[in-house]
Design a protein around this ligand. Structure first.
Ligand code: ADP
Length: 536
């Protein structure tokens, strides 16, 4: 029997039309390079994004052609987010923090035909222009300076654009693409369909995931070149909320000023951003009046319980989330189940610092050598995932097929436990696991325990070869400014909390831990550095 429902495609074109119809007066605020604030409304955004789409169509591009962006978070990038896919093209966000050679490689591999670039990022573009071959380069005059000859001026293009010929979009057609940051080898391209982005937005907005509504003032600090700023520009426009885009100013004081002036209710970013914010707040607690209970999504790397507790003291509510480029990225969020509300505070923090419960339509399992791990909160296995916004392959990289199981699950490369309530806890990445005397040790658990020490700012724990135990943990520690402690004190601090064999055999104090462009600790670099380590 056939259903009697309409065949209505799930595309961003609907989200775009709806935003203009219903929320024309909603504000979009962007911080510009000179720190001034650019303000306009959804109706302006809609008009300009449609004009961008029309201008691109007039260039003679084919449906499905890739348009690259090299941009910070601001109104013009938002226009690209909708103007490009709604005109039938594919938005390809380039990560401006990568090495210029990698950016060129990625643009070539993706087959990008056009580049849209912020004028303040032209010096970066100059570093790889010889290696990438865009047919047109469109410059956004963010700083107000005139656009040099040889480039298209974004503003002139929009002013002169023919109207957008809205194509009939297939929901499974490509809308966007993003490359993984290459922590685990060379960058791989993930292509998002309209359908995946729409379903991802719907699930993200739900009350038990991100709970976004039109009353929110949403500030994605996570860059729009990093997994579509976790889909927040799409979700925000779908619900019709105010958008606050921080431009290139991502230091703690600039962000706190913006949160205050724009009455931000919801923000999102990686832990390194929040550590800076926390330090600024602790130093000058009275300087800012923030929205009480402002929600802060922390993802991309683990949020420690220490951090979650510290923000609670400022009446700011951390929501821990896990995801990947390949999962669009929403996978899990750590809300407390209703049935757990009566637990003690300590137990609640235990759940909130896990990575959380899978969103609807995300299915997860942890696999061991002997099959699926029981949901007992202790058995570690490789986290595998499937769902309508999970990648089924990489752009033109068939050789990476081993990332998917024979029965169709994506192998995340993360190691996790799942507890009886369904909360996922990431314990490591597969390649970061420490195996000591045949037993696994979780480097993430150790790191979280270490940053709970008042003198410790950051900690990375790596496995180093050991003659007797195969591998033993070595802790690399960054102390807070002016703070002091030593190996003995740290051992004594960890002893009551962890199994004896988990306690690192060595503690090394360093000024800084190397990180990737997306804020993840570069453990491979640390392992290389301590390869010749001699255990006492
Ligand atoms: P890449 O895989 O290239 O580093 P992604 O941005 O796709 O870039 O990173 C996804 C990875 O980040 C996950 O597989 C996981 O290892 C890590 N990650 C993301 N969120 C969390 C989190 N909340 N806790 C711990 N690790 C996380």
């Amino acid at each position: 029997m056939h259903s009697t429902m309409m065949d209505f495609p799930l595309t961003l074109a609907h989200v775009f039309r709806r935003a203009a119809r219903l929320f024309g007066a909603t504000e979009v605020v962007s911080r510009l390079p000179d720190k001034s604030l650019h303000r306009y409304h959804y109706r302006d955004f809609h008009y300009r994004a449609a004009a961008l789409g029309g201008a691109l169509q007039a260039m003679g591009l084919k449906p499905g052609d890739r348009i690259a962006t090299l941009m910070w978070n601001h109104y013009a990038h938002l226009e690209a987010y909708f103007g490009i896919p709604c005109a039938g093209f594919v938005l390809h966000t380039l990560n401006l923090r990568l090495h210029p050679d990698d950016i060129a490689f990625i643009a070539q591999h993706a087959g990008d035909r056009v580049l849209i670039v912020d004028d303040v990022l032209l010096p970066l573009y100059e570093k790889f222009r010889g290696k990438a071959h865009f047919e047109r380069v469109i410059v956004v005059p963010l700083s107000g300076a005139a656009v040099a000859a040889g480039y298209d001026d974004y503003e002139q293009l929009i002013a002169a654009a023919p109207s957008l010929a809205s194509p009939v979009l297939d929901e499974n057609a490509a809308a966007g693409m993003c490359y993984t940051s290459g922590t685990t080898g060379r960058p791989k391209g993930v292509v998002y369909s309209h359908r995946a982005l729409v379903l991802h937005s719907m699930a993200s907005a739900m009350g038990d995931t991100l709970a976004l509504t039109q009353s929110d003032s949403l500030c994605p600090v996570v860059p729009m070149f990093h997994v579509n700023a976790w889909g927040l520009p799409f979700t925000g426009v779908m619900v019709g909320c105010k958008l606050v885009l921080p431009g290139p100013h991502l230091d703690a004081v600039s962000l706190l000023d913006l949160y205050q002036s724009e009455r931000v209710t919801f923000t999102a970013g990686v832990p390194t951003i929040w550590m800076g914010i926390l330090q600024a707040l602790e130093k000058n607690p009275a300087q800012w009046t923030l929205t009480p209970g402002m929600r802060m999504v922390v993802g991309g790397a683990a949020a420690s319980e220490t951090m979650i507790r510290a923000f609670d003291r400022h009446n700011l509510r951390v929501l821990h989330a896990w995801g990947m480029t390949e999962t669009t990225p929403l996978g899990t969020t750590a809300h407390l189940k209703h049935s757990l509300q009566s637990l003690s505070d300590d137990e609640k923090y235990g759940y909130r610092s896990k990575q959380g419960l899978p969103a609807p339509f995300v299915e997860l399992r942890a696999m061991t050598d002997d099959g699926e791990a029981p949901w007992d909160g202790t058995t570690m296995g490789e986290l595998q995932v499937r769902g309508p916004w999970i990648a089924a392959g990489y752009h033109e990289l068939p050789a990476e097929d081993d990332k998917w199981t024979a029965d169709g699950w994506f192998r995340t490369g993360d190691v996790a436990t799942i507890d009886a309530e369904g909360y996922v806890k990431i314990t490591d990445r597969t390649k970061d696991l420490i195996k000591s005397g045949g037993e696994w040790i979780s480097s993430l658990d150790l790191e979280n325990a270490l940053v709970a020490h008042p003198a410790v700012l950051e900690a990375a724990v790596i496995g180093v070869a050991h003659p007797k135990w195969d591998e033993r943990p070595l802790a690399v520690i960054v102390l807070k400014a002016g703070a002091q402690t030593d190996e003995q004190a740290l051992r004594a601090f960890l002893a009551p909390k962890l199994a004896k064999f988990w306690i690192p055999d060595a503690f090394v104090f360093v000024p800084e831990i190397p990180r990737t462009s997306t804020g993840k600790m570069l453990k491979a670099t640390l392992r290389e550095r301590f390869r010749e380590w001699h255990w006492p």
